[in-house]
Design a protein. Structure first.
Lengths: 418, 530
């Protein structure tokens, strides 16, 4: 029987844990910050690098490496900005952290700010997460009161302020450069790179944007050391991660797991199997943008590299399960409409291609499909793939291509002459 | 210098320069829409994709890269003609046309539209799009341009122009996804004085000039390099005409003068060139109070006789010119007074001028001096002061003969009345202005689009106008009129062309030392002495 491994959720899972400063401190909270303040910023960056933690926002980029890219001695302020936009359909783990153990996240954030020399942190929170923002603001207020934040972070010479910035509902603002534009008060659109945020990010200053969970993991990395963190996972995929399990399973929810446990076990042990005794039809393994897996493909370790091997991705660790009654054509149509609606529209293939794709899929839904239209859909989405400025275009194209490849019969059933 | 290779052609680059910019500088073309050298890089149209087969470290790039935003590396090898790139361009073209109306037959841009051109060159020629296209409808957005949003390809050049070049922020990008569009904010009209440039940089027929709208197909226009004569900046332009009518003036890139731009007032200055109503079409002389037409021979003969009869002495002659006159004309005007009358009484109204002090370069194009050659008049030693006191001084003595070139100082000025007292007033110009009321002789000259000549702009740059259209049958180039006056008044002048005059004045005058007409060229050149 697969069990959770509790690191980030070690407090959350304790009955009666309140998530306020007192209860967090009672569990030994802010010891990592204390430790960190005795180290030099460089030492912290190198521990994070050593831990090999990879970004939990979706791309899986090694966090320590990202931090080490930060331009130094620029004479400008540096920024560490937290991405709490959590927009990828199927993902709902950052919200859990902010709601239930905001201090564990804030501690990691303070350590990160100290390591990168950031004196004003911004947390860009998905606008719909009103309770989470309230909880987070309460925790920030507690920190100011306790002297953890403010002109001298916990008695150190390091001033640190923190501001929550609510998003306005655009999925694309989760893309880190669009997030920065939005934070600067502009229309949220991804920027072209170079320059990378590490050189010119927020207000043109060196910036690192990290996911809530990534930042929270920093707390445990500093607490327990890089080695301990690495041991929790598989080589190159270290640590535990929060998995958002949803869809037709008996026990959906957020689970904390070591990297590399079996995907099948996650669904059948923790998730309690498929609802109503139905048969499994498919699994979207890492948020709606990742290529779908068939039931026979899910007996694999659940980590970044293993999913790459089966030509999918772990993304934001959001597993969406659907059963035999699911109409995959309608499902795909719904997803493509989402990406079409959320496309910022600035680059040609995404702007025109996501809409065109959704129009073709609508024909299928209305039973007006044809072999020619199916080919066209493949061609159109294939043309978006790799041709766009940000990954949203790919995020729309990948599921289309994988659904057509894995469920060709279902599309044929929607041909006009079927 | 570090070097990268574009289809095996070595291109040296400055650090910081992007691949596309370096390629264009070196004369290689990579198709592009959103990139414009004056604007920030957004890399959104995806037309400039290239295949980096070697990033300079032996490894290829994982996917096609946008050359407008890519930093080159030493030894980098880039292919722009292989199948992968060809296919990618075809795809971008297809996407761009999915919602494009393709109403080329009624589109002003047709013939100079990069969407047409690139479709032809890089497109597949077919589309599988079978749904109804996006429709926005046209919008009246201001004094100078029209917005036909259906044709927009969303390159955002217009938006970036108003934020980065004019700083006026009237234009924005609205909506998202396939409903993305550009427009002004809350239906407000545009107010900037440079809207025509938006029509220029818009790669398609989405933003078009009102002045030019539906007047002529672009491919019929003949273009002549020249400069705008509407103010002392002298923006470099092309004069575009068909069948002897000027249809538009377009800016011509000159980094030293106007970069890529010109102002809207300069563009509409073409109206005066097409003005046939008010034009002096033939030499005229006053006979018993009324102006009557005459031939050039008759008029020169009459002038000769009258001057003889008046026995004009050195101090009884004066010439007044405006600063629309070219250096060559001013030179001959001086020569006329000097050689024939031994007089140096050549005057112009010198006026203080100003230009906006602005962080935006484009604002500094507009000056209060609405003539092209104030600096030329000064360089040629034409006399002038701000209150015209020197001229008044001369006119306070008996003046028998006055030459008036162009339209200096109107009716309301004291000078006008003083000059009016002269026994013989000879005016050279193109239109029947206030001076025509008093003129005894009217000689039909040429407009700036009908003649050649040099001007000196506010920054002491010598620049050239060229003849783009033919002057009316009986009109002549002003320099020729002046030369013929010299000849008919008994002195020698045998210049064959403006270039000869320029070369001659450049050797006579200190300021021009060493300069030749050829040096001035299409882009002009700075005065050696400054
Ligand atoms: C369209 C799009 C949406 C994204 N949305 C989110 C998001 O909601 N939350 C997030 O953490 N990362 C999101 N990302 C990934 C971010 O761009 C970025 O990689 C991440 O914030 C980096 O943090 P990490 O290194 O800690 O993973 C998104 C990326 C794209 C292309
Ligand atoms: S891929 Fe889509 S969302 Fe991303 S920048 Fe381009 S148009 Fe915007
Ligand atoms: S913008 Fe170009 S392609 Fe479009 S209608 Fe006008 S000329 Fe034709
Ligand atoms: S109006 Fe013209 S310049 Fe502006 S975005 Fe559209 S195509 Fe580009
Ligand atoms: S010119 Fe490079 S993407 Fe538009």
């Amino acid at each position: 029987m697969l069990q959770e491994t509790l690191v980030l959720f070690k407090n959350v899972r304790k009955p009666g844990y309140k998530g306020n400063l007192a209860s967090y401190k009672a569990e030994g909270g802010y010891s990592a910050l204390k430790k960190a303040l005795k180290m030099t910023p460089e030492e912290i960056v190198s521990i994070v690098k050593e831990s090999n933690v990879r970004g939990r926002g979706g791309a899986g980029f090694p966090t320590g490496l990202k931090w080490s890219f930060m331009a130094k001695n620029t004479g400008k302020p540096s920024y560490l900005i937290v991405n709490a936009d959590e927009g990828e359909p199927g993902t709902f783990k950052d919200r859990e952290i902010m709601l239930k153990d905001p201090h564990m996240f804030l501690e990691g954030y303070m350590i990160g700010c100290y390591a990168l020399g950031c004196h004003h942190g911004y947390i860009y929170v998905r606008g719909e997460f009103v309770p989470a923002m309230k909880q987070l603001q309460k925790a920030i207020d507690e920190c100011y009161e306790a002297g953890l934040l403010g002109p001298s972070m916990w008695g150190s010479k390091f001033p640190l302020d923190m501001t929550i910035h609510p998003g306005a509902g655009a999925y694309v603002c989760g893309e880190e450069t669009a997030l920065l534009d939005s934070l600067e008060g502009k229309r949220g659109q991804p920027r072209t790179k170079p320059p990378f945020p590490a050189v010119a990010g927020f207000n043109g200053c060196p910036t690192s944007v990290n996911n809530v969970e990534t930042i929270t993991a920093v707390t445990s990395i500093i607490n327990d050391g890089a080695e301990a963190f690495k041991e929790l996972g598989t080589p190159n995929n270290s640590g535990t991660h929060l998995v958002s399990l949803s869809g037709h399973v008996n026990k959906p929810g957020v689970y904390e797991l070591r990297m590399g446990v079996s995907l099948k076990d996650i669904i059948y042990d923790l998730g309690g199997g498929i609802k109503n005794g139905k048969k499994l039809k498919g699994v979207i393994p890492g948020g709606s943008s990742t290529p779908v897996l068939l039931p026979e493909e899910i007996d694999i370790p659940y980590d970044f590299d293993s999913l790459m091997k089966v030509k999918s991705m772990m993304g934001s660790s959001a597993i969406m399960v659907f059963d035999e009654d699911t109409d995959v054509v309608k499902l795909l149509h719904r997803m493509v409409r989402f990406y079409n609606h959320e496309s910022c529209g600035q680059c040609t293939p995404c702007r025109e291609g996501t809409h065109w794709s959704s129009m073709i899929l609508r024909d299928f839904v209305y039973k007006q499909g044809s072999a020619a239209k199916l080919d066209r859909l493949k061609r159109v989405s294939g043309n978006i793939l790799g041709a766009t400025l940000c990954a949203l275009g790919d995020a729309c194209a990948m599921p289309i291509l994988s659904f057509i490849e894995k469920y060709p019969e279902e599309f044929r059933a929607y041909f006009a002459d079927a | 210098m570090p070097t990268f290779y574009l289809d095996d052609n070595p291109i040296e680059f400055e650090p910081g320069e992007k691949v596309l910019a370096a390629a264009l500088r070196s004369g290689f073309h990579i198709p592009h829409y959103c990139y414009h050298p004056a604007l920030s890089i957004v890399a959104t149209c995806r037309m400039c994709l290239v295949d980096v087969v070697d990033m300079g470290n032996g490894r290829p790039a994982p996917k096609l890269m946008t050359s407008c935003s890519m930093d080159p590396a030493d030894g980098m090898k880039i292919e722009t003609k292989n199948e992968k790139v060809k296919e990618a361009r075809e795809l971008v073209m297809e996407f761009l046309l999915v919602n494009h109306p393709l109403d080329c037959p009624i589109c002003d841009q047709a013939g100079e539209c990069t969407l047409q051109d690139f479709s032809f060159e890089y497109g597949s020629g077919s589309s599988e799009m079978e749904y109804s296209k996006r429709v926005y409808g046209w919008r009246d957005i201001g004094t100078f341009v029209m917005l036909e949003r259906n044709r927009c390809i969303h390159c955002t050049r217009c938006h970036r122009f108003t934020t980065e070049v004019t700083g006026t922020h009237e234009f924005g990008t609205f909506n998202r996804s396939h409903q993305l569009t550009v427009d002004t904010f809350t239906d407000r009209p545009m107010t900037n004085k440079f809207q025509g440039n938006m029509a220029d940089i818009c790669p398609v027929g989405c933003i078009t000039e009102r002045e030019f709208r539906f007047k002529r197909r672009a491919w019929k226009l003949q273009k002549t390099n020249s400069i705008c004569t509407h103010c002392s900046t002298g923006c470099n332009i092309t004069v575009e005409q068909d069948q002897n009518t000027v249809f538009r003036l377009k800016p011509r890139e000159n980094q030293e003068v106007n970069q890529w731009w010109m102002c809207d007032d300069g563009r509409v200055s073409l109206r005066q060139f097409n003005n046939k109503k008010n034009r002096i079409m033939q030499p005229m002389g006053r006979v018993q109070g009324t102006l009557v037409k005459a031939s050039w021979e008759q008029i020169y003969e009459a002038i000769k006789d009258k001057v003889k009869q008046l026995a004009v002495k050195k101090d009884e002659v004066v010439a007044i010119t405006d600063t629309h006159a070219s250096n060559e004309e001013l030179f001959l005007l001086k020569k006329l007074l000097h050689d024939v009358f031994s007089s140096e009484h050549v005057f112009f109204p010198l006026r203080l001028w100003a230009q906006p002090d602005s962080p935006n370069f484009i604002d500094t194009l507009i000056t209060t001096d609405k003539s092209p050659n104030t600096a030329g008049a000064i360089a040629l030693g034409i006399k002038g002061n701000e209150d015209d006191s020197a001229l008044k001084q001369v006119l306070s003595e008996k003046t028998k003969l006055a030459f008036v070139l162009g339209n200096p100082l109107g009716k309301e000025s004291e000078i006008y009345d003083l000059v009016s007292k002269a026994d013989l007033i000879i005016c050279i110009g193109t239109v029947l202005n206030e001076w025509a009321e008093r003129a005894d002789v009217l000689l039909p000259g040429s407009t700036p689009v009908e003649k050649e000549g040099t001007f000196i702009n506010k920054n002491h740059r010598v620049q050239k106008i060229n003849a783009a259209v033919k002057a009316p049958r009986h009109a002549k180039a002003d320099w020729l009129i002046l030369q013929e006056l010299i000849q008919s008044l008994g002195k020698q002048s045998t210049f064959q062309s403006t270039s000869e005059i320029f070369n001659s004045l450049a050797t006579t005058l200190e300021t021009f030392q060493g300069l030749t007409f050829e040096d001035v060229g299409d882009l002009g050149c700075s005065l050696p002495a400054t």
